[in-house]
Design a protein around this ligand. Structure first.
Ligand code: NAD
Ligand code: DAU
Length: 353
């Protein structure tokens, strides 16, 4: 997609963790774009994530739900978007185990609503693209060897990953059936500023600050590939502008860690930051009941996006974690706001604490 022509770009889920980094990037890099951020502001959406850009001339926030068909159709008729970057989703695996239907509603039904509304636009606009932001979890679990490639068969194991796999399939089906121009990317675990403290990294940073137990599921020998969120936002920018229509790109950090080793690294970095004696935080580690259907290992082969679009991660894991820890220390008010109210109920239920 040309980026020096004025365009209306819709970003869904832009008040969430990854979405807010994507919105900020597009608003600041592309002055000639009008960036619309559509977000329902669920527990995971937070306008405090976008305070620094909320008054920008090329930014508009729209509160709305992608599962509301009439609302979505009217919005698309009004603004004639030139491109959609779709991130809005229920994103937390543990919540999908206790409430799968809300994942079907938002991730499947909501995505199909956006696809239907896009059909009215792309026929009059040859440059239109629907970009679906997806996850490596659609590929299921790896053993101790191998990598997920774009050609790996889908084998989702959690209600979350099943809902994301389903929405990927719908996007591709709309490409085949109606000719909708699309791209999809499947990314590994993100970490960084603004992440809601239900996910491993911010949950453990917050618990270390509070001197609360660090609940490691099972034996902690589960492996994830970690990517700094700003590197993901840069990859999304590249795929949106230069990705080939109808293609999938895998995005990952070339950075695999067992959960227990990542937890120990976080403990060391936090002890340093908090001026606590070495090994203080590691004493908080507590092995708890495993997640049902827990995928053993994810590992992305990101060579396609590297070769075709020249993308690679820009920070090492240790640098990224230090930036992340710094952000949580500089934004204690943000952390206080999101860890009050409903969060306390969620925490009690999830961790029997
Ligand atoms: P998040 O949970 O932090 O944010 C999701 C956002 O979507 C929130 O702002 C929420 O208010 C909004 N939303 C939820 N339901 C909505 C609805 N019905 N209508 C409108 N808005 C709604 O999620 P995230 O971690 O930033 O993930 C963003 C996207 O990236 C998701 O599609 C997720 O599947 C995908 N992804 C995430 C990761 C990761 O590690 N977090 C990795 C790969 C892919
Ligand atoms: O791989 C990409 C996916 O990464 C995204 O699609 C999801 O939206 C995102 O939530 C993330 O899923 P995970 O389930 O891998 O992330 P989470 O932070 O929940 O867990 C990371 C690992 O840590 C996983 O193996 C489970 C484990 N874990 C998690 C929590 C919250 C624990 O051991 N204890 C915990 O308390």
């Amino acid at each position: 997609m040309e980026h020096n022509i004025s365009k209306n770009i819709l970003i869904t889920g832009g008040a969430g963790f990854i979405g807010s980094h994507v919105v900020r990037r597009f608003v600041s890099e592309y002055e000639n774009y009008q960036v619309f951020n559509l977000d329902a502001l669920t527990y995971a959406g937070n306008l405090e994530n976008l305070k620094d850009i909320e008054d920008a001339d090329n930014y508009t926030f729209i509160k709305g739900d992608i599962t509301d068909t009439d609302f979505v159709n009217k919005l698309f008729s009004k603004h004639h978007f030139d491109g959609v970057i779709h991130l809005a989703a229920e994103s937390h695996v543990d919540r999908s185990i206790t409430d799968p239907l809300s994942f079907v509603r938002t991730n499947v039904f909501g995505t199909v609503n956006l696809l239907n509304a896009s059909l009215g636009l792309f026929r009059n606009n040859p440059g239109f693209v629907f970009y679906h932001i997806s996850t490596d979890e659609v590929y299921g679990s790896l053993g101790s060897h191998g990598f997920f490639k774009e050609s790996t068969a889908y084998a989702p194991n959690s209600p979350y990953s099943a809902s994301k796999a389903s929405s990927d399939h719908f996007v591709r089906a709309y490409g085949e059936t109606y000719g909708l121009p699309f791209v999809i990317s499947n990314c590994s675990n993100n970490y960084g500023p603004n992440q809601f403290p239900e996910k491993l990294v911010p949950l453990f940073i917050n618990n270390i600050i509070q001197k609360k137990p660090l609940p490691v599921y099972g034996d902690g020998n589960y492996t994830r590939d970690w990517l700094f969120v700003k590197d993901h936002a840069r990859a999304i920018d590249l795929v949106f502008h230069q990705g080939k229509k109808g293609e999938t790109y895998n995005i990952g950090g070339f950075n695999e860690w067992k959960n227990i080793e990542l937890t120990q690294l976080l403990c060391r970095l936090m002890d340093k930051k908090l001026d606590r004696q070495a090994s203080t935080s590691a004493k908080l580690i507590s092995f708890v009941k495993d997640r049902p259907g827990h995928d053993l290992r994810y590992a992305i082969d990101a060579s396609k996006i590297n070769k075709e679009l020249g993308w690679e991660p820009s920070v090492t894991f240790e640098e990224g974690l230090e930036l992340t820890i710094e952000w949580y220390f500089d934004n204690k008010e943000w952390l206080d706001h999101v860890t009050s109210g409903d969060y306390l109920e969620y925490y009690k239920k999830q961790y029997q604490a």
